[in-house]
Design a binder for this molecule. Structure first.
Ligand code: FRU
Length: 477
């Protein structure tokens, strides 16, 4: 097999070789963002589940490190890493800093329990705890623990999923070793699909001084339903129970693309920000990702907050690093577009990663956005934009090159948010497209696998005029 380098993201993380799915154990520690990840160390397909490891100082350059936690008889499924700053667990060398990993040990077709491992060398090597499991309720499906430090109740709080029951349990602990059931959250939101990878986060409400709300996230999949994604609940967490502020039927989704899953927040992120990243692929067609010698990659890092929209509090995601703070590499101001304008100065963007932003002043068009057109094949293109008739954001990859199945060719769309801007940002990184629109209240992440070698990018407006305050591009060299 030949390497498919043209599809490998430049700045988003992908393992040098072999399979990855969920990000695990995200933590900021001693100047590095660490990511661990579900990894098959020996083959380019799911299996032999272990934890891979990589780190970055700037969220753009990743250094892959040796395999962190190899599987034994048990598969090392998803989980988290926390910094045991006060050495409350009493594990390891008390003179050195201690990281603690809590993850699911999967005994295929038998049982899932929560296990612990610890590291005294900043996550490079791990010792599995002698007295594992730390939590076992005798279930076949019981997984993906994610732990936070809950300051007001002075305890660690774990969220862990009972996937087939569509519920999340919360456990509390003072020492990371003994866990006591606090409560269970169920019967709300999306109930047709299984629940995985839950996490709790306290998010700042935009525009307020210090107002925060608690958000419970989880990933849901039901391949037969044709949707794989993440949902969230906004409410309160008092150290014991999570209370949903919305009616139980309310369904809120994080990202309307198929390629964003299993995201969890970074532990200990700088400046009290909540940052996360997800697996940029979907269980619907992951096996078919036509890449070699790796399969699976991570999304961009996104900063999370809540925004007070007319519909209520909604999740807002912003790309990190924050490009708005640096000069764009390309900028045009005050342009009006009828039909289509090829951005000719930026053919050079082929084989680069970049963020492109359209800041819309007003429009009379039916549909507008960005189009990537293959230079060698008129039938191959990808379109991202807004449909003014349906009032929907969309990514159309139905003609984008290699089409996977099932579900890949469906157009991914997300609802319009009344009262918010018409601003669109897309991060392009080879095979990855991540749309954050309306200042980050709308997200669609979708992969594509163009077959052409060159493509042109244009801004288009169907049947009418598109007035742009500006077009800006930040190119990553
Ligand atoms: C989610 C998931 C998790 C599990 C892991 C196994 O994508 O199914 O629930 O821990 O993948 O690789």
């Amino acid at each position: 097999q030949t390497a498919t380098d043209a599809w490998r993201p430049l700045v988003h993380f992908s393992p040098q070789k072999n399979w990855t799915n969920d990000p695990n154990g995200l933590i900021y520690f001693k100047g590095y963002y660490h990511i661990f990840f579900q990894h098959n160390p020996i083959a380019n397909e799911w299996g032999n589940m272990s934890w891979g490891h990589a780190r970055s100082k700037d969220l753009l350059h990743w250094e892959e490190l040796p395999l962190a936690i190899p599987h034994g008889e048990e598969y090392i499924f998803s989980g988290c890493v926390v910094w045991d700053k006060e050495h409350v667990s009493g594990l390891g060398d008390p003179q050195k800093e201690l990281l603690v990993a809590i993850y699911t040990a999967d005994y295929p077709n038998k049982k899932q329990e929560q296990h612990l491992a610890y590291s005294n060398d900043d996550g490079l090597t791990w010792t599995k705890y002698l007295h594992n499991p730390i939590l076992d309720i005798n279930l076949l499906n019981f997984r993906d623990p994610s732990v936070i430090w809950h300051n007001s109740s002075k305890q660690f709080v774990m969220s862990v999923a009972k996937p087939t029951e569509r519920s999340v349990q919360f456990y509390g602990s003072k020492n990371l070793l003994n866990w006591e059931l606090l409560s269970e959250f169920s019967n709300q939101g999306e109930l047709d699909m299984i629940w995985e990878c839950p996490s709790l986060a306290e998010l700042l409400v935009e525009g307020s001084e210090k107002e925060t709300k608690w958000v419970l996230f989880n990933s849901t999949q039901g391949v037969q339903k044709g949707f794989v994604g993440m949902q969230y609940f906004v409410g309160e967490f008092n150290g014991k129970t999570f209370t949903n502020a919305n009616p139980p039927e309310t369904k809120l989704f994080v990202d309307y693309g198929k390629d964003f899953y299993a995201a969890i927040p970074f532990y200990n992120a700088p400046n009290q920000e909540v940052l996360w990243l997800g697996w940029a692929l979907s269980w619907q067609y992951a096996k078919e990702q036509p890449t070699f010698p790796w399969k699976g990659q991570m999304s961009s890092i996104r900063k999370l907050s809540l925004i007070n929209s007319p519909d209520g509090l909604r999740l807002k995601q912003e790309f990190r690093p924050n490009f708005s703070e640096v000069e764009p590499t390309f900028q045009i101001k005050d342009v009006s577009i009828t039909k289509s304008k090829v951005l000719s100065g930026i053919k050079l963007l082929q084989n680069k990663s970049y963020i492109i932003e359209l800041d819309v002043e007003g429009t009379t068009s039916d549909r507008w956005g960005l189009k990537w057109q293959s230079a060698d094949n008129l039938q191959e293109f990808t379109v991202v934009g807004f449909d003014e008739i349906k009032k929907q954001w969309f990514i159309d990859r139905s003609k984008s090159g290699k089409i996977l199945s099932p579900g890949f060719f469906k157009i991914d769309s997300a609802p319009w948010h009344e009262g918010e801007s018409r601003q669109l940002r897309v991060w392009v990184d080879h095979s990855m497209l991540e749309l954050l629109a309306q200042d980050g209240i709308v997200a669609i992440s979708s992969l594509r696998f163009p077959l052409g070698k060159k493509e042109n990018l244009s801004v288009f407006s169907d049947k009418g005029k598109l007035d742009l305050k500006q077009i800006r591009i930040w190119e990553l060299k």
